[in-house]
Design a protein around this ligand. Sequence first.
Ligand SMILES: Cc1ncc(C[n+]2csc(CCOP(=O)(O)OP(=O)(O)O)c2C)c(N)n1
Ligand SMILES: [Mg+2]
Length: 359
Amino acid sequence: MIERFDPLKGERLRVLDEDGQAVPGLDPNLSDDLLRTLYERMVQTRAADAKALKLQRQGRLGTYAPSVGHEASQVGLASAMSRDDWFFPYFRDLGTFLTLGYPLADYYHFWMGNEAGLRTPDGLNIFPISIPVASQIPQAVGAGIAAKSRKLGIAVVTTFGDGATSEGDFHEGLNFAGVFRTPNVFVCINNQFAISVPRSRQSAAATLAQKAIAYGFPGVQVDGNDVLAVFAATWEALAVARSGGGPTLIEAYTYRMGDHTTSDDAARYRTKEEVQQWERRDPLARFRLYLGRKGLWDEAYEKEVQAAASDLVEKSVAEAEARPPASVDDIFAYTYAEAPPDLNAQRDELKASLPEGRR
Ligand SMILES: Cc1ncc(C[n+]2csc(CCOP(=O)(O)OP(=O)(O)O)c2C)c(N)n1
Ligand SMILES: [Mg+2]
């Protein structure tokens, strides 16, 4: 399906139109159970995200990068993955984490400033979140090379933003992936902004997907607000990767509905009208219409789903907040094998300034 959409011709894969009607021939025809699961995950993601913002405003969580608007991209790509695949995330991946089975309490714990929240539970193949933009891309390619040489038959997925495509790490990683035909699936979440830098200032290329052509592998632009389009493209790219067919670049075309982070004010660099235009393309609303057409959605179901999401969120917050605070030593422990004396002096000074129970 991917090769039917040529990024150079401005073609974008979209399964659902804005009324939630599937384009004939493109509907992946997922089971009712899976369709509802996709919706439930998107609702959970939105609820968990909104809660994180509230916690930050109350001083209970640190600087946070909201995922609102990205739910279809995140849930769509993660739902297509299998448990054996590996995932190299970036800092705006709440729905991806939730869908892959990462405990929400851990995710909150990390954003509350405790790196223990990023210790991936056994059985999940998820790398820690990369804060330096694009640095996860060469790491994911390295894992792809390892998977290929060990003949594991798995794929390695990595996510990053439109801004990441201007980093050297993006070019080096994709070039390597093309040359060595690694089993990587690169998902660029093009949300039209890198903080305040708009997409038009990021690259003169008409699409980000077409960058794959220069590295010798396919690239496809998909509607990132259409969970079925993201699912279908990722599913296909994963199958190609696992069977030795090499990497794919997927550009999920979406919009960052929230501020860049809780330290940003997007109203300073974009118009209300633009945001309103994208509100009409809300990924949850569109999928709800699709489910409704199939008889899989009604008000009673919606109430149930919202209640379950809010239950998950409240329990996860309580669990994260009940955990002991990070040890002060943790701040200093992981950079050097043997810490230099000035760093040890700083640690001792910090400890001396803290009340007894926090040292
Ligand atoms: C190497 C590096 N440079 C700069 C930053 C500061 N920074 C954090 S996020 C960001 C913008 C990223 O934009 P994009 O890749 O489009 O992802 P988005 O935040 O839009 O999801 C920048 C410049 C950083 N974290 N790492
Ligand atoms: Mg961006």
